[in-house]
Design a protein around this ligand. Structure first.
Ligand code: GLN
Ligand code: ZN
Length: 748
């Protein structure tokens, strides 16, 4: 076969740069301090660095078009011309139209932002209707291909495949189904493939992770039809369909029945994949790209075990290549930058750069045998174990996860809190100003001593409290100035967690997070938030909410250990949080919010695995929050997702108040909650804080009137969609003033 796939590849690579160069450039462009050319130069140099690093490492097949200024779904929307008319109308440059879709402008809210499968990456949701006109625009893919070709690196442009693109889109017109447009869209892909072939592209990568979730028979038939059509084109590159985050089940034989040249399978998350592959019997000439290096976690691969799996696949398929299980977008760039980590931990870790080497080694083993592969490291050291925590978990009873009846709780809480109807509050963080970040960085670097740092933070908390009093909010927050990130902050204080210095991972757009690594048993050596919360409460007569991150979210936004079930790790984290809740309550904090924005994120993609997940996730949350008495009001907060599939789980958390993202989806979640009989407090977000836009007061009022129609006013709270840390003070003050005014108007 000419242009063989080769023996090693990765499905994608971090695009933010080793030191978040892309974030800095994009934000400078938004702020107007650099122009589009300067931004483009940074992008080009980051892309070149990645291709050169991958080529130098010895990868056979190198992806391109995995770079993005914001999001790869948005890039694919642009590539097929799916730019909604409301953005075209703005008459902006292509780049500014792109950023307008991503972030919104004064005149137009952004596209919806939602979770990318079970990861902490967020994509922009394309809006597709019956009238959407698809037009091929392969310019970005062609440009990246040409840039790499100029470096003498042939690459494989990657795009989201047409079926997954539509499955992840939302209807532009209510009641329509984007997926009905598949046949039209496939014709546009056909034109894109022709343009790529004309430019000399040998292989293209089309990502179809949408098929690792449950799909209807019709959706699988449509997938088969789409790839039969694309593979039947005479003018096209060879097609590599990449799937990841799970196993394909019925979609596997469907894809193998087409003439695509290569199929990528996730052998980390898709445990039954090898058996399914054997049963499906790939046709001769098809390359199976075996995802054997975990692209979604940071542990070194057991190369000998992976090579054994590769050998099993090689016995089934006629050609085999090794790859990462998914794009390396989801792991940090380079562990060799982490000189501060315990050496016993560091030697067990592999970030993107190290995973490329693992893939290359496995690819070589395919050809040359496993003789050269190193043996895995011995199991984790004894000192990472905590017998005290294990003993406590072993004696837990069901009552430890159960609070009193809601009616009693509500009465006890109202007696203490005396809140008006439609109480107003915020979700926790206030703007993280450059001065705040500087103070935290100086403290970390040892340039600001503990006492001066604490004084600086207290001054900030005092300002945030005074501002909220001026704005007339009912339940205040301390503003989280001391927190770099809602998970990392706890990770730094809990035993069993390690923090990295440079381990940034893209979350959405220019926003990056540094997930901690859970490597050992979790314990709380000392209270983590009590000092800040009680200081804030000492400043005011109004209740100040204590602010914690829930066990599920801590797990979801950390790299987790893989040597014990997630449920066990979740309970260890929950015990630490339970102690924190008790300490907060004992310090006079009457309202405690335990954020679970990632509850939906960890939900398994296949329905058959969901009940077991919901079970442990809910019980961990309840373990964390059931140690306080009835008069403590427990809030939880969820955001970034469609909640339909976890709506029962949200109810089962048994929080007294649930604040939930709702503004972009027009309060739909309230009907969903009402439909399942949710009967406790709820605060649907009325302000989309992902955009710098300051909505007019009527918009808040309209949202609140929708909410009052769906939920009795006695249970309704008024709050933004999420925390305010990424916003600036002028926007926050103006919006919150309108929000409290809207609440007052609707109250009367
Ligand atoms: N309390 C957190 C904050 O306000 C919640 C953030 C989140 O839900 N992502 O920043
Ligand atoms: Zn949130």
């Amino acid at each position: 076969m000419s242009n063989p796939f080769g023996q090693s590849t990765v499905l994608g690579y971090p695009r933010i740069g080793p030191n978040r160069e892309l974030k800095q450039a994009v934000e400078a462009y938004w702020a107007g301090s650099i122009d589009a050319d300067a931004l483009e130069r940074t992008g080009a140099s980051l892309r070149a660095d990645v291709w050169q690093a991958l080529a130098a490492a010895g990868l056979d097949s190198i992806p391109s078009n995995t770079f993005s200024y914001y999001d790869h779904m948005l890039d694919t929307a642009v590539a097929v011309g799916a730019i909604p008319e409301r953005f075209r109308r703005l008459g902006l440059s292509d780049l500014d139209t792109y950023f307008a879709m991503a972030r919104g402008v004064d005149a137009e809210p952004a596209l919806e932002l939602t979770k990318w499968f079970a990861t902490n990456y967020h994509y922009l949701v394309p809006e597709i209707g019956p009238e959407t006109v698809f037009t091929p625009d392969p310019a970005k893919a062609l440009r990246e291909y040409a840039e790499a070709a100029a470096l003498e690196i042939p690459t494989r442009p990657a795009l989201i495949g047409p079926a997954t693109f539509l499955l992840l889109a939302k209807p532009a017109v209510p009641g329509s189904n984007p997926f009905d447009r598949l046949d039209d869209l496939v014709e546009v892909y056909a034109e894109i493939l022709a343009a790529l072939a004309d430019a000399g592209v040998a292989w293209v990568q089309l990502d179809e992770p949408g098929y690792v979730a449950d799909r209807s028979a019709a959706e699988i038939v449509a997938l088969h039809r789409a790839y039969t059509r694309l593979a039947g084109l005479s003018r096209r590159p060879k097609i590599f369909v990449a799937t990841y985050f799970g196993q394909l089940d019925d979609a596997l034989p469907a894809l193998l029945d087409t003439s695509i040249e290569a199929l990528g399978l996730d052998l980390i998350a898709g445990r039954a994949t090898v058996d399914q592959l054997a049963a499906a019997a790939p046709r001769p000439g098809t390359t199976i790209v075996a995802g054997l290096v975990d692209g979604h976690n940071v542990w070194r691969t057991d190369l000998r075990a992976a090579a054994a799996t590769a050998a099993t696949v090689a016995a089934i398929a006629d050609q085999v290549a090794v790859s990462t299980s998914c794009s390396l977008l989801h792991v940090p760039v380079d562990v060799s930058a982490e000189q501060g980590l315990d050496p016993q931990l560091r030697e067990r870790l592999a970030f993107a750069r190290q995973k490329v080497d693992e893939v290359v080694q496995l690819g070589q083993a395919l050809a040359e045998g496993v003789g050269q592969l190193p043996a895995p490291l011995p199991p984790s050291p004894e000192q990472w174990r905590n017998d005290g925590v294990r003993a406590r978990l072993a004696t837990l009873q069901p009552a430890d996860r159960q609070r009193g009846a809601y009616a009693d709780r509500a009465a006890a809480q109202q007696a203490r809190l005396q809140l008006p109807p439609l109480p107003t509050t915020t979700i926790g963080s206030f703007p993280q100003t450059p001065e705040l970040r500087k103070a935290r960085a100086a403290h970390r670097a040892g340039k600001l001593d503990d006492a001066s740092y604490a004084e600086r933070m207290r001054a900030e908390i005092e300002q945030v409290i005074r501002l909220q009093e001026r704005l007339g909010l009912d339940v205040l927050v301390h503003g989280e100035p001391e927190r770099n990130d809602m998970v990392q902050y706890f990770g730094e204080q809990l035993a069993g967690f390690a923090a990295t210095e440079h381990g940034w991972v893209q979350s959405y757009g220019s926003r990056c997070v540094r997930p901690p690594i859970i490597y050992g048993d979790v314990a709380r050596p000392a209270p983590m938030t009590v000092e800040w919360s009680s200081f804030a409460q000492s400043l005011t007569d109004r209740p100040v909410k204590g602010m914690l991150t829930g066990p599920v979210t801590i797990l979801a936004w950390s790299f987790v250990r893989t040597d014990q079930p997630l449920a066990e790790t979740a309970d260890q984290v929950a015990l630490a949080l339970r102690d924190e809740c008790r300490d907060l309550a004992a310090a006079g904090i009457t309202v405690i919010q335990v954020d679970e924005p990632a509850l939906r994120e960890l939900l398994p993609l296949r329905r058959s695995s969901q009940p077991a997940y919901v079970d442990w996730a809910v019980s961990a949350f309840r373990l964390a929050t059931s140690g306080v008495d009835d008069s403590a009001q427990i809030h939880t907060h969820l955001c970034y997702s469609e909640f339909g599939e976890v709506i029962h789980a949200i109810d089962a958390l048994d929080a007294d108040v649930t604040s939930i993202e709702a503004s972009r989806s027009k309060m739909e979640v309230l009907d969903d909650l009402a439909a399942i009989g949710y009967a406790r407090g709820v605060g649907p977000g009325v302000w989309d804080i992902h955009s710098p836009r300051v909505p007019p007061q009527q918009e808040f009022e309209a949202a609140l009137r929708l909410a009052v129609a769906a939920v009795p006013a006695s249970r309704l709270w008024v709050n933004p969609d999420c925390g305010l840390k990424t916003r600036r003070y002028p926007e926050v003050e103006a919006s919150l003033r309108r929000l409290t005014a809207a609440a007052a108007a609707v109250r009367s």
